[in-house]
Design a protein around this ligand. Structure first.
Ligand SMILES: [Zn+2]
Ligand SMILES: [Zn+2]
Length: 223
């Protein structure tokens, strides 16, 4: 039934290569996705020998406690994320969530929240891509409106890395206290981590004791 529906929606062709597919991606494209298979820092999900906490997290501890990520933000993961985010391809949300799900240990998480968009951006785009992904991961713990974005700074990708932290300072607000809560924050892409760091800082300021990031794709430093 599900496959029938997918082939109706996608004409039986793979979203990436347009070859014959009974699901959104053909088997070859799905197995070629840039999965993060190397040892990663448990805190920030960047490659780290022995999967130990990396030097950067040790010297400048982020406000979040852990990061779970499925893919490297390389082709074609970037194309999939882009299509969900800017072209309204909402059918990609369950696919991307499905890639992330095996990386999660959801037990002990009280609240699952997407990184919010400002009300204005939400109105213009019509949906929040992070919320669309979170919908397929959060189950009973999903709380789309637990946090709000009070202002939309210039998009992070237009800024140099070192300005991104300042750019998001004070950008979020929680709608209630979260004393002792363990929270997972869902986003499509983690680049510098500045946005997620600010989210975690905001959640901990209202009482959260543990914040972890659930991100579909992680931007890796390229030599
Ligand atoms: Zn394909
Ligand atoms: Zn790290």
């Amino acid at each position: 039934m599900r496959e029938k529906l997918a082939s109706l929606l996608f004409g039986g062709s793979c979203f990436l290569c347009r070859g014959a597919a009974r699901r959104l991606l053909c088997a070859a494209c799905e197995s070629d996705l840039p999965r993060l298979a190397m040892p990663l820092c448990p805190r920030c999900a960047l490659p780290s020998p022995g999967a130990l906490v990396c030097g950067r997290c040790l010297s400048e501890s982020p406000a979040y406690d852990a990061t779970r990520a499925a893919l490297a933000y390389d082709f074609p993961a970037d194309a999939l994320v882009h299509a969900l985010k800017f072209r309204g391809e909402l059918a990609l949300a369950p696919l991307l969530a499905g890639l992330l799900a095996p990386k999660l240990r959801g037990d002990g998480i009280d609240h699952v929240v997407p990184v919010p968009l400002s009300a204005e951006r939400l109105r213009r785009r019509g949906y929040n891509q992070a919320a669309e992904i979170a919908r397929h991961l959060g189950r009973d713990a999903l709380e789309v409106a637990l946090c709000e974005r009070t202002r939309e700074a210039p998009p992070q990708m237009e800024l140099p890395y070192d300005e991104r932290q300042r750019n998001v300072r004070g950008a979020f607000r929680c709608t209630r206290a979260l004393i002792g809560a363990r929270v997972a924050v869902v986003d499509d892409v983690m680049t510098t981590g500045a946005t997620l760091d600010e989210m975690a800082r905001t959640l901990k300021a209202v009482g959260a004791v543990h914040v972890e990031n659930w991100v579909v794709a992680r931007t890796l430093p390229h030599a």
